[in-house]
Design a protein around this ligand. Structure first.
Ligand code: SF4
Ligand code: SF4
Length: 306
């Protein structure tokens, strides 16, 4: 309970989403942590990748007052073609520019919080968890990137009687994952590609550790598999069959198909990054149903989202 040293552990989160119904059973609060060791080319949450707080620039709100340039101690802000641009190589995340921008053209993403502060926030909806069979889900980014902070939140949630879920890529050492899993009731485990070379091309990392860890995870904790379906990357018949076979072999309770969407692409520009994914285009409903039927024919319970 409160007062433990662990309660004061700090971490960086970029969102706390209330009334979430797609991140585990019942009504949940999903805590999104910053920082991810993967570099998925299609990532729809680019603000989740860096572990540090960042600034998003909303051009349409800028009144070109120049206050941010004056306030920046690093000379990191310059106006280019009427837009304020932040030189990410110079920026130290001091947030002085955000403080002086009264038109909210500069917004901070990423809040430094203690475990206790997160718990105080999620605790507000405990009645909804009780009444719906819900709880708290930790997501990202990759929540294991800040694993001690993640473990602290999960441990506190368990002590308060909340159901806990961990939404993870599984890209961590088994020692870290095993330690965190002591406080997890349900794992939502992302599998992106069964072929190692393809996995490296799409995410920047090998899938070897991820596939080893899902086997170990499923043997100790209730596990649902999440399959983000990215047209042109992982929707081939061979890969779909491979993921479905893995779910069957491990006896997983459920698979969720998460179709790629383009909602996140505009965020890259706001962060001063470029969206360069070779994979684009929404997968058709028909193709998604075909993929779903591949899983179902193997007897694996499969849903779209959720
Ligand atoms: S302080 Fe805000 S409104 Fe003023 S120039 Fe900078 S971004 Fe634009
Ligand atoms: S956050 Fe970055 S851009 Fe803004 S004032 Fe500080 S150093 Fe300059």
């Amino acid at each position: 309970m409160y007062g433990k040293e662990e309660d004061n552990r700090r971490g960086v989160i970029f969102n706390i989403q209330k009334f979430s119904i797609h991140d585990g059973p019942g009504i949940r609060t999903t805590v999104f942590l910053k920082g991810c060791p993967l570099q998925c080319k299609w990532c729809s949450n680019p603000e989740s990748i860096s572990p540090s707080p960042e600034i998003m620039v909303y051009d349409a709100r800028c009144i070109h007052c120049g206050k941010c340039e004056e306030a920046c101690p690093e000379g990191a802000i310059v106006a280019i073609e009427g837009s304020e641009r932040i030189d990410l190589a110079k920026c130290t995340h001091c947030m002085e520019c955000v403080k002086v921008c009264h038109s909210k053209a500069l917004e901070r993403t990423g809040t430094d919080m203690t475990v206790r502060e997160v718990i105080e926030e999620v605790e507000k909806d405990s009645l909804f968890y009780q009444n719906s069979g819900g709880g708290v889900t930790l997501s990202g980014g990759e929540p294991l990137f800040q694993w001690r902070f993640t473990r602290g939140i999960l441990q506190e949630c368990k002590e308060m009687g909340f159901h806990t879920a961990l939404d993870t890529t599984g890209y961590a050492s088994w020692e870290v994952l095993e330690d965190v899993l002591r406080y997890v009731d349900l794992v939502l485990y992302d599998i992106k590609h069964m072929d190692d070379q393809c996995h490296m091309e799409g995410t920047g990392v090998s899938n070897t550790r991820i596939l080893e860890n899902i086997r170990r995870t499923a043997s100790v904790v209730r596990t649902w598999l999440r399959f983000p379906v990215i047209q042109g990357f992982n929707d081939s018949p061979e890969n779909v069959d491979g993921v479905a076979s893995l779910a069957l072999e491990l006896g997983l309770e459920k698979v969720s198909l998460l179709p790629y969407h383009e909602w996140g692409t505009a965020k890259y520009d706001k962060l001063g990054k470029r969206y360069v994914s070779p994979y684009s285009g929404q997968i058709s409903d028909e193709r998604l149903e075909e993929i779903k039927s591949v899983f179902e024919k193997k007897g694996v319970v499969t849903t779209l989202k959720g």
